[in-house]
Design a protein around this ligand. Structure first.
Ligand SMILES: [Zn+2]
Length: 78
């Protein structure tokens, strides 16, 4: 029992569905970028004073042990 609809109504529906899809995609990408940006911004960089290894640890922290030699290093500040 399908009723024929006007072509302008059909095009308006398709346009609305596509527009809603683009808005949802934009919101999803914005949220993903914010999460990735926070993750990168909150990481801490260390340079080992014993073996000269440069390494990154998640979250903001002042000290972290070197993964190669175990020496406890202070976070680099830029
Ligand atoms: Zn080291």
């Amino acid at each position: 029992m399908l009723q024929p609809i006007d072509i302008s109504v059909f095009l308006a529906l398709v346009t609305a569905i596509v527009a809603i899809g683009f808005i949802c995609l934009q919101a999803w990408y914005d949220r993903r970028d914010a999460i990735l940006s926070d993750h990168r911004r909150l990481s801490s960089v260390f340079s080992c004073t014993r073996c000269a290894l440069t390494y990154v640890r998640p979250r903001r922290r002042e000290e972290a042990p070197c993964p190669r030699c175990g020496w406890n290093n202070v976070r680099l500040k830029f």
